[in-house]
Design a binder for this molecule. Structure first.
Ligand code: AP5
Ligand code: ZN
Length: 214
């Protein structure tokens, strides 16, 4: 199956995508992770997107659609689109790419979280630089301070765009450019809303219920 996780910054898309990878053997396609990999590899494209990302703005449709096209060409048994699509143009492009490759879109999980909670989630987040595991100072600390539970690495850090200024821009970008996708996928009969404010396992259970039989 192929699903989209749709929701504002900090809604828990990455957290649930990793869970779905483990439980269902799907492949997470996070355009945010791909762009961060591109910038740390020092390519020309990476340099161009770094500033845009740090300000909290969206990078161009052309760049992210290109990244997704490459990944889909590699093939696979089912994808979780995490942070993509984020504009109507990206949604149309994804529809066309899925058609070309004979794949279908099974569900769009809309993760609903209010803005005050998003600020707490983003400002408390830290990530393992080695394996990508996502933590939170209050809701998901590591068992041993400074050591990743999943891989034992001590390379734990915070994202450059996880500050209050960039977060404001990220939220504005979400409401202006991404939230119209809720209506877009509702009209296509694909939308499944879940309560993103619930505890992590409860959110996972709601997603599983929405995918029941798929
Ligand atoms: P991206 O990396 O996609 O960031 P984002 O959408 O802002 O989403 P986040 O990764 O911040 O949040 P999340 O929903 O994954 O939450 P998480 O699970 O970590 O994009 C970054 C930038 O790249 C963009 O600003 C843009 O510049 C560019 N970009 C990316 N894709 C693009 C595209 N398609 N087009 C154009 N530009 C693009 O959870 C957050 C925190 O909350 C964690 O600490 C976690 O532990 C905690 N948490 C999670 N769930 C719960 C829960 N249920 N209860 C309590 N705490 C929880
Ligand atoms: Zn790790």
């Amino acid at each position: 199956i192929n699903i989209i996780l749709l929701g504002p910054p900090g809604a828990g898309k990455g957290t649930q995508a990793r869970k779905l990878e483990e439980e269902r053997g799907l492949v997470q396609l996070s355009t945010g992770d791909m762009l961060r990999a591109a910038r740390s590899s020092g390519t020309e494209m990476g340099r161009r997107v770094a500033e845009v990302m740090d300000r909290g703005e969206l990078v161009t449709d052309e760049i992210v659609i290109g990244l997704i096209r490459e990944k889909l060409a590699e093939g696979g048994n089912g994808f979780i689109f995490d942070g993509f699509p984020r504009t109507l143009a990206q949604a149309d492009a994804l529809g066309a790419l899925l058609d070309e490759t004979g794949m279908t879109l099974d569900a769009v999980i809309e993760m609903q979280v209010d803005d005050a909670a998003l600020v707490r989630r983003i400002t408390g987040r830290f990530t393992c630089g080695n394996c990508g595991e996502v933590y939170h100072d209050e809701t998901k600390p590591t068992a041993k301070p400074g050591v990743c539970d999943a891989c034992g690495s001590t390379d734990l850090g915070r994202r450059a765009d996880d500050n209050e200024d960039s977060l404001k821009t990220r939220l504005l970008e979400y409401y202006k450019k991404t939230s119209p996708l809720i209506g877009y996928y509702y009209a296509k009969g694909k939308l499944a809303p879940v309560d993103g404010l619930a505890a992590m396992d409860e959110v996972g259970a709601q997603i599983a219920a929405a995918l029941n039989g798929k």
